[in-house]
Write a protein that binds this ligand. Structure first.
Ligand code: ADP
Ligand code: ZN
Ligand code: ZN
Length: 803
């Protein structure tokens, strides 16, 4: 038998399966989708069996054999194998990358070097023999830490031992030590016979006698009995108990938030939406719905009921939520409803925790997965519904290879299972709304808030006027006044700043010099906490200069408005206010997110100040005021989606206020109050925004009217990168149809990162049948030749941003 194996060697120019012989002993067990260890050149690598066949087109005598089976059961189902193939083609990625992205990181290969002793009898070195202690196989690292590498080398030369690379696939199953206590009679017999001076053991035997026959965690036993390991070991040796290791799951710490009441009846609009979805599930129809509902309209309730329906049919559900650790409220709503049937997968979990959640899914022990982007690959085998909440979020697009969009994968999987997809959002992406308008997706609309609350009253504050009136603070007079009123009434305020805490820069007031990163073409950002400047592209750090590096003026100071600066201003304006700040700096620690949100929900602060991360999912009854300190920051990005992102963000943020009984109020501070993205976000007027933005996209030839593909080149040498980019562009122009537009090569907006210069070509097209083929050819040139010249090239079909 022959197995086709995709090997774990990307960067190899040829991206295809390799044939391996299946040894007789494995023939009965081997299956598609299991991992194997195979020889590849001089190395041993991990591979995935993608097909089994009787004959090879190659000379069978020359084929190598599979060394070892890593799994006994497939870790990738037939469906996911097909999906990975599709994914590799769609995103122009290596098939190995498309396979690996489907599995938790803990299951990817780790490679380790081993010493294999072939002729132990010929070793004449006493120290080395002592080190080996009779072992035939020892990790090279162990020899290294003892300084024995030279000896190893010498024996290797003499052919006494070999150094072998092994795939180390300890998939981290967590085990705990359980102590099974013997019967009362056994324990009594031991007590009768034991010497009276073994006081500690007697004490433990008595303790055990009270718990005869029970099974208890070793850790617990020691804590409760106050006994030490050695004593436990002695009594086990006497037969007072047996021990065993049992496999357990790591339980990620679940945030404890207040329960949300389960609504008794759906609103009319919710019911219409749910009925449409149920119709699709009952008819096993792969239909994609766009659920467009204003913030607080009860979209989540629709998801929950649709899932319930699917589970009742014995099927499973996949729910994607952007950056899930950021919305503990969301996960707790699912856990409340479906209890232990829910697995949660997000970036905040450790590799081991992720692996455990994955296994629960694979073993069918859970029926619902709520997770971030990669949960779209959940190894369910009877999917009944797939939901993407906040479908417009750019985090659904993976930025590394394979550069896939979770929405496309969701639709692909739904076609396999004949099940619906729900894309939910208050501010759908233009792409999705355009598809819904054309009838490609089915549009479902929720126009009213579920509890019939009014949308919050939104005021746009013109900061230019404030400046004219002599107010140089980050707070306009109306917003400051509104905060003051909340503080008096004991209600809560959320203040939103679309910038990271340290995103201010250092500027010379005399000559205008901005301190830049020596490796990247970008200004360094100021960290107040330790008075340092950092580059957030390459990690370079330096002290804040005392004088200008250009003109030596000492009038050099930081500039800008980060969350830290905002916090200081709040302290000045409202010294009595209790403030919680949430940004990358204060939430770096695991669990800090939940902790801060919990504190706020428990009323331990008056003001929550934060970045993007507080725009979503916050749902606390006492929030009656939301302030956006600077709405312009996303508006002026060099990106065709800038207006769309601003509209989405403003709508999301406004949706945080007045979701319950108390009415809400929102202030948006901006230097461009007349911009339609801000003007229309005020009243959540999605459709007029959609129409205006579509007109702009049509005029400038951007998606969804055109598709775009971004090809980026980087190299240490500016001339070389320009040269390769030029070659690439000429190749594209020569092979694509004349209607396709190729912009560039141009320097990227951030033209140097980590000492590598960046160039790019943008391909714009409506219909380009030769695109995939042409790009594949370009990639082939790159992989076989260009890469050797130190170039990196990436191809991103439908990039989230183009700078
Ligand atoms: P969305 O996901 O659209 O922002 P949610 O599903 O979170 O909206 O609903 C907003 C609030 O309204 C929640 O507190 C939810 O419990 C409540 N809610 C949802 N549907 C109903 C309903 N039919 N009747 C009463 N309350 C509801
Ligand atoms: Zn200067
Ligand atoms: Zn840098």
């Amino acid at each position: 038998m022959i197995a086709e194996v995709i090997v774990d060697v990307s960067a190899y120019p040829i991206d295809r399966p390799f044939d391996y012989l299946v040894p007789e002993t494995m023939a009965a067990v081997i299956e598609r989708g299991i991992r194997v260890k195979v020889p590849f050149g001089p190395r041993k690598v991990l591979g995935y069996v993608t097909a089994l066949k009787e004959e090879s087109g190659l000379d069978v005598a020359k084929l190598k054999s599979i060394d070892e089976l890593i799994d006994l059961e497939p870790v990738i189902s037939a469906e996911l194998l097909t999906l990975s193939r599709w994914l590799a083609v769609q995103t122009l990625a290596y098939e190995i990358d498309a396979l690996q992205v489907m599995l938790p990181a803990a299951m990817r290969a780790k490679y380790e070097k081993f010493i294999v002793v072939d002729e132990p009898e010929n070793i004449d070195d006493e120290d080395f023999l002592r080190f080996l202690a009779g072992r035939q196989r020892v990790s090279l690292k162990e020899a290294d830490t003892l300084g024995l590498l030279n000896t190893v080398k010498r024996f290797a030369k003499q052919g006494i031992l070999t150094v072998d690379t092994a795939v180390n696939q300890k998939t981290a199953v967590k085990k705990v030590r359980m102590i099974q206590i013997a019967t009362e009679e056994t324990l009594q017999a031991l007590l009768d016979s034991i010497q009276s001076n073994a006081k500690k053991q007697i004490e433990l035997l008595h303790w055990m006698k009270d718990r005869a026959g029970q099974s208890i965690l070793a850790k617990q036993l020691m804590e409760q009995s106050g006994i030490q390991t050695a004593v436990l070991k002695s009594v086990i040796e006497r037969g007072a108990a047996t021990e065993e290791y049992t496999e357990v799951y790591r339980e990620p710490e679940a945030p404890k938030l207040k329960d949300t009441a389960i609504p008794v009846a759906l609103t009319g609009e919710q019911q219409v939406a749910l009925d449409a979805v149920r119709h699709a599930t009952d008819n096993r129809k792969a239909e994609t719905f766009l659920l467009h509902g204003i913030t607080g309209s009860g979209k989540t309730e629709v998801y929950l009921r649709a899932i319930k329906h699917v589970l009742d049919q014995g099927q499973e559900a996949i729910v994607l939520v952007p950056e899930i650790s950021l919305t503990p409220q969301m996960t707790s709503r699912f856990k409340e409803r479906f209890g232990p049937l829910v697995a949660v997968m997000h970036s905040g979990l450790s590799a081991g925790e992720k692996y455990d959640e994955w296994r629960k899914i694979q073993r069918g022990e859970v029926k619902v997965v709520v997770g971030a982007r990669s949960a779209i690959f959940a190894p369910f085998e009877n999917v009944g519904i797939i939901i993407l909440d906040e479908e417009h979020e750019s985090t659904y697009k993976q930025e590394d290879t394979p550069r896939y969009h979770a929405r496309d994968v969701a639709i692909k999987r739904s076609e396999y299972y004949g099940c619906p997809v729900i894309l939910g959002s208050a501010t759908p992406s233009l792409e999705s709304y355009a598809r819904a308008s054309k009838g490609v997706y089915t549009l479902l609309t929720l126009t009213r808030r579920a509890k019939d609350q009014e949308l919050p009253a939104v005021t746009v504050v013109d900061m230019r006027e404030e400046l004219k009136n002599g107010n140089r603070s980050m707070f306009s007079l109306p917003l400051a006044e509104a905060v003051r009123i909340r503080l008096e009434k004991g209600e809560q305020t959320v203040l939103f700043l679309n910038k990271r805490g340290f995103s201010s820069f250092v500027l010379c007031r005399d000559c205008g010099t901005v301190v830049e990163c020596p490796n990247c073409d970008i200004s360094l950002t100021y960290h107040r906490a330790n008075e340092r400047l950092k580059c957030h592209y390459c990690g370079h750090e330096e002290h804040v200069p005392l004088e200008c590096p250009q003109c030596e003026s000492d009038y050099i100071r930081f500039f800008g408005t980060g969350t830290q600066k905002a916090q200081e201003e709040i302290a000045k304006l409202f010294p009595e206010a209790r403030v919680i700040r949430m940004d990358v700096d204060t939430t770096r620690q695991k669990g800090s997110h939940e902790r801060l949100l919990r504190q706020f929900s428990e009323g331990k602060a008056d003001i929550l100040l934060g970045t993007q991360m507080i725009a979503k999912g916050l749902d606390f009854p006492n929030i009656t005021l939301v302030g956006v300190l600077a709405a312009d920051t996303t508006l002026h990005l060099a990106d065709f989606r800038a207006a769309e992102k601003t509209f989405q963000l403003m709508t999301q943020v406004s949706g945080r206020a007045g979701r319950h009984e108390l009415p809400g109020e929102v202030f948006i501070q901006t230097y461009s109050p007349e911009h339609y993205a801000i003007e229309l976000a005020k009243d959540q007027h999605y459709e007029p925004f959609y129409n205006l933005e579509m007109a702009a996209r049509r005029q400038f030839g951007y998606p969804p009217f055109y598709f775009v593909t971004l090809v980026q080149f980087t190299h240490e040498d500016l001339l070389k990168v320009a040269d390769f980019a030029d070659k690439g562009a000429r190749f594209l122009k020569g092979n694509l149809s004349p209607n396709t537009v190729i912009i560039g090569p141009t320097a990227a907006a951030i033209s140097r990162v980590n000492n590598r210069y960046r160039y790019q070509c943008l391909i714009k097209y409506k219909k380009e049948p030769k695109l995939t083929e042409t790009l594949q050819q370009l990639i082939k040139y790159y992989r076989t030749d260009w890469i050797k010249a130190g170039l990196t090239m990436t191809v991103d079909m439908e990039p989230a941003s183009i700078y």
